[in-house]
Structure formats: C-alpha cells, structure tokens
Design a protein around this ligand. Structure first.
Ligand code: ADP
Ligand code: MG
Length: 578
C-alpha cells in the first residue's frame, strides 16, 4: 500500500497521545517499523542511553523515493486506509504518527531504498523540517538515525534517567521483540558493545538461551500449543524453581505485539498458585494469536495495552495453558520435607519454600497482631530494637521456621530466616565499614548469565560490589564471571543473589536508591537460611549465639521482627496463675 495521509475523520478516531517520551519510545517505534517492513535482519545501535544516538537498520521493503517526505507527515501511513481498518489491524504500527513525532524532537536521517527501485534516498530533518535530500546508492532496506533526542525540548531532556537506566529499558524492549520474532536476526549494541544478538533460527528456545543463558532456558518448559476456537496460545513457562522478585519476566504477546496486561499477569500467577514462594514471580513468555477483529489495539498511546473482545476467554486460556503445562511436569514442588537428621545446608536447594499455610500462620499473625494477647508487642520500639538479647537456650524448632528458646526473661520464638538475615547483614556491613571484607577467590569462577538489561546495570556497579568482596568481571556479551566472593558467603548461591540485586534495582528506580544498601540486604537475605528448612540443634545454637551478639537483634534488615518474647509473668497470666 502507498503511504497516504489519513482522512481527518479517520485520524480523529486514533487514540492520540505523546509517543516519544524517552529513548526507548524511539527504539520501539523504529523497531516496529522494521518488523512491519518485513525485515529479516535488524541492527540497533544506541549511544549514551539513546540520548546521543538511536540507529535502526533493516533489510525490509524500504520506502519509495516519491514517498520519503510523506512518511514524516502526521497521520501518514501505508498500513491502514479507513476507520474500519482500525478494527482489523495486522501490523504493529497503524497511526502514521511515529516518524513525525520523532523527527520533531531530534536530528533525524532517513536512508532508504525500496525493493524495485534503482537508487535510494537520503533525507535529513531537523526538528521535523527537511534540511537535505539526496539520491544515494545503498542496498534495499531502511536506516533511520536519530541524534540528539530532545535537543529542542530541554524540559523532556530533564526527565531522562541515567544512561544505564535508559539503555536498560531499551534492552528489555528489544529482548521482548526478539522473543516475539525468533526468526528475525536482531542485534542491539549500546556504546558499541554488543548487548544482544539473536540468530534468527525461528526457534523460541534459541532466543531464550541467548537472553537468559542455557541454565535458565533449561528450566523453562514449552507450552504445548493450545487452541480454543480461533485463539492460539504458545510459549514457555519457567519451572517453579525459577522465580524472580518482580513481574518483569512475565512477558505477553498478542498477535506478536508485546503488551502489558495486569489481568493476564494475574492469570499466570494464579496458575502458579502455591507453587512459588511468597511474593515471588514466575518467568513466562506467553503468546496469544487471535483474529485481529477480536482485539482493539487502538486504546493506548503507546499501543502497549489492548482490549480483548472476549477478555474472559483469553484469561481462561492463558491460565489453563500455564497450569496444565506445569502440572505435566509433575513432580517438582511436591518435595517433602526430609525426615529428621538432614540439615539445611545439605537440603537447602531441595526444600520447599514457606508454604502458604506456614506463611499464613506466621506472617499473617504477626501483621495483624492476631496472636495470643500474652505475646509481647510485635514491632519493636526503637529502644527495644537496640536492646541486646540475653543468653538463650535453644529448645527446638517448630514449623521448620521458628526456633524455640528459653532465656532468663521467659520464652523466645525466633524467626530463623529473619534472624539469619540480620546476622549476615551486620557482618557484611561491619566488614565493609572497616574496608576489610574477607573475601575468597573461587577456584572455579562461576559464570552468571544475565538479561541484557541486567548486564548494562551490573556493568555500572562492578566497583560497588568489589567493595563487598564480590568480584565480578565481564565475560563477553551478557555473561559475567564471579571471581571472588565474601568469605562469609562462600558456598552460597551468589549468582542468584546477584540477579536478585539487579532486579531490585531495576524495579525500584528511585533516584535515592542505594546500591550499597541493596547489595547488603540482598546478599544477606539471599544467603540466609530459609523458612521451611530443618535445622539441626547445633545450627540453631550457632544462629542464636550470633544473634545474641547482634547490635540490633530484634528486626531483620527489611524491618520484620526476628524475635517474639513472652515473659514468665505473661505465661503465668495466660494460665491464670496470677
Ligand atoms: P505507522 O508505522 O503507524 O504507519 P510511522 O510514522 O511509523 O507510521 O511510519 C510512516 C510510514 O513510513 C509507514 O506506514 C511505512 O510506510 C513507512 N516506513 C516507516 N519506517 C519504515 C521502514 N523501516 N521500512 C519501510 N517503510 C517504513
Ligand atoms: Mg510506525
């Protein structure tokens, strides 16, 4: 179809909005154009988080010379013609606004040659005005180069975050499209370093390996293709052993458009119900295809949200598909707590997470204060928080979660995870303060596969981590090598802690986000003994000894209580002895 300016009555029906908010919006629009042009090979170059340069090169159909200027007019598109077309959109773009909006806030160069034309066109625009036009010899395809984004809108420039943050958003976006289009070769480079490269084999699994590394990819299971009427669903879901601290790895495509949809995210989380630890998110890539008339893509300025005509049916399909795929992989989380004698060190990888029941009994009761009235106040006051623990005698463990102990002041219940977290946190913090983190070189450095977004962020913070005795070095692409670890954490799952830390930082995004603090909290939390782990009496004693030495024994670094105390007097009162 030729490019035409949409008639005003059609343009008026388009959900308008600001398309170019930050560099990732530029990448998104240009990448979508390349995909719509049926390119097989797409190369994206980004400098300085995209504020200096975003360049997208494709080998798609190109733009005919006669239409090059037209492409930059508002509502000029070759993808739809009439208002009815809005209800059966088969392309990613359809509004004809992107090139116009991007050109208006940048210095843009278009270089293109259409299939069937002898020679290409070069067009340069500044702030939306054409300043140069030339014939150009070049292969069929299109390159759009966007420089000095927002040079003429300083207000918007001010809202941009650190380069690594902007680049991270871009990496996430490109990763998602790579997943949606496994048969395209997609390359992303940031500051001339390769962040992501897919090989276009057409196999989604190959893209998973590229993005997450083989270890993670192997923990993912293909959803057997599901059909329901005219709907089709495919994708991969992570085994319950694979989980994340946020929902970033819950990825949805509708007709190969990457979308955000709370209700589908909920459907997936529901399908994992009781299989994951509390507050953890699964990894899942779910692609739904349905007739274009069944989905309205014209409801959101960035086209990242869609409306289904039969939302309930889609929800059910997703939930059922994920659930049945997981159930087909029986048995996994049905691990029994091993009989006595084993210790958490041997079993920690196999023990189940806190069950909802344990969590309900423990955490819920603490939160609501709905505990026998004799128990001491749950949230410690400031004074109490600084109060040291007396010497305690360990009696045993209940619910594989709490240590029961006796002290001069009565009965103590200690949350084993929270307590251990506190201990690790203080040890690390103290060593860090003295700049004496005892660290230990690993005989075999451990490779960690990161997502492109995580990799960009990690690169920025390698020295902070080194200060904690955690030496990590780049190892090509998005792989890093852990070379040294804090001695107190030797033998623990450092890669998992690292990923957790990066996810927390990515999710947070607060300007005052402290890497130091996050590193401390994650390293201590991740390597601490979990709820649900059977502890040997010796281990409990050891843990309690260390907690006694802690300066702030009453709460974990997240602020949850570590100890509940019931005095002899309170006990006596409960038994009506007084
Ligand atoms: P839309 O994608 O919504 O149609 P855009 O402003 O993004 O609007 O692009 C305008 C038109 O320019 C497109 O409809 C398409 O015809 C043409 N175009 C843009 N980018 C490319 C590309 N990479 N290859 C071929 N044609 C393109
Ligand atoms: Mg477009």
């Amino acid at each position: 179809m030729p490019i035409r300016v949409l008639p005003p009555e059609v343009a008026a029906q388009i959900a308008a909005g600001e398309v170019v908010e930050r560099p990732v919006s530029v990448v998104k629009e240009l990448l979508e154009n390349a995909i719509d042009a049926d390119a097989d090979d797409i190369a994206i170059d980004v400098l300085q988080g995209g504020r200096r340069l975003v360049r997208v090169r494709d080998d798609g159909c190109g733009i005919v010379a006669a239409e090059a200027e037209l492409a930059f007019q508002r509502h000029a598109t070759s993808k739809i013609e009439s208002a009815e077309d809005l209800y059966r959109v088969r392309t990613l773009g359809f509004r004809g606004e992107a090139l116009a909006s991007i050109a208006a806030v940048s210095r843009l160069t278009l270089s293109t040659r259409a299939a069937g034309e002898e020679v290409g066109t070069l067009l340069r625009l500044e702030g939306g005005r054409v300043v140069q036009r030339e014939l150009q010899a070049r292969p069929v395809g299109t390159t759009v180069q966007v420089e000095n984004l927002f040079f003429n809108t300083p207000a918007r420039l001010k809202f941009l975050r650190a380069d690594a943050t902007e680049a991270g958003h871009i990496a996430r976006l490109v990763s998602s499209y790579a997943l949606a289009y496994p048969s395209k070769r997609i390359l992303l480079q940031h500051n001339e370093r390769e962040v992501l490269r897919t090989t276009g084999t057409g196999q989604l699994f190959d893209v998973l390996v590229t993005l997450y590394g083989l270890d993670v990819a192997e923990e993912m299971v293909e959803i057997p293709e599901q059909r329901e009427g005219e709907m089709r669903l495919s994708g991969y879901v992570g085994l319950p052993s694979l989980h994340r601290s946020n929902s970033q790895e819950l990825i949805f495509f509708v007709n190969r458009r990457w979308i955000q949809d709370r209700s589908l995210a909920y459907a997936v989380r529901e399908a994992y119900h009781a299989l994951l630890p509390q507050n953890r998110y699964p990894v899942a890539i779910v692609s739904v295809e349905l007739p274009p008339e069944e989905v309205d893509v014209n409801i959101h300025p960035t086209k990242q949200e869609v409306r289904f005509r039969h939302a309930r049916a889609v929800f059910t399909l997703v939930q059922r598909a994920v659930r049945s795929t997981l159930m087909g992989r029986h048995p996994f989380s049905v691990v029994q707590i091993p009989a006595g004698g084993t210790t958490w060190r041997e079993e920690r990888r196999h023990l189940p997470p806190l069950t909802p029941e344990q969590a309900r009994l423990g955490l819920e009761a603490q939160r609501t204060g709905d505990i026998s009235p004799g128990w001491g106040r749950i949230a410690p006051t400031e004074e109490e928080a600084a109060e040291r623990l007396p010497m305690l005698r360990v009696i045993g463990q209940i619910a594989q979660t709490y240590i029961v102990a006796e002290g001069p002041g009565g009965l103590y219940l200690i949350d084993q995870h929270a307590a251990h977290e506190r201990i690790r946190y203080e040890t690390l913090k103290e060593q860090r303060a003295r700049r004496q983190v005892a660290s230990q070189e690993l005989l075999d450095p451990v490779p960690v596969e990161l997502s492109p977004q995580q990799a960009i962020l990690l690169e920025e913070h390698l020295t902070t981590l080194a200060d904690f005795g955690l030496e990590v070095i780049p190892f090509g692409g998005t792989t890093f090598l852990v070379k040294r670890v804090p001695a107190s954490l030797a033998g623990e799952d450092i890669p998992a802690a690292l990923i957790e830390m990066l996810d927390a930082a990515l999710e947070d995004g607060r300007p005052d986000f402290s890497w130091e603090e996050q590193a401390l909290i994650t390293l201590s939390c991740h390597t601490a003994v979990r709820a649900g782990q059977t502890l040997a009496i010796e281990e409990m004693r050891d843990l309690v000894r260390q907690l006694e030495r802690s300066a702030l024994p009453h709460s974990c670094p997240h602020g949850r209580p570590t100890v509940m105390h019931m005095s002899h007097a309170q006990i006596a009162q409960q038994f009506a002895r007084r």
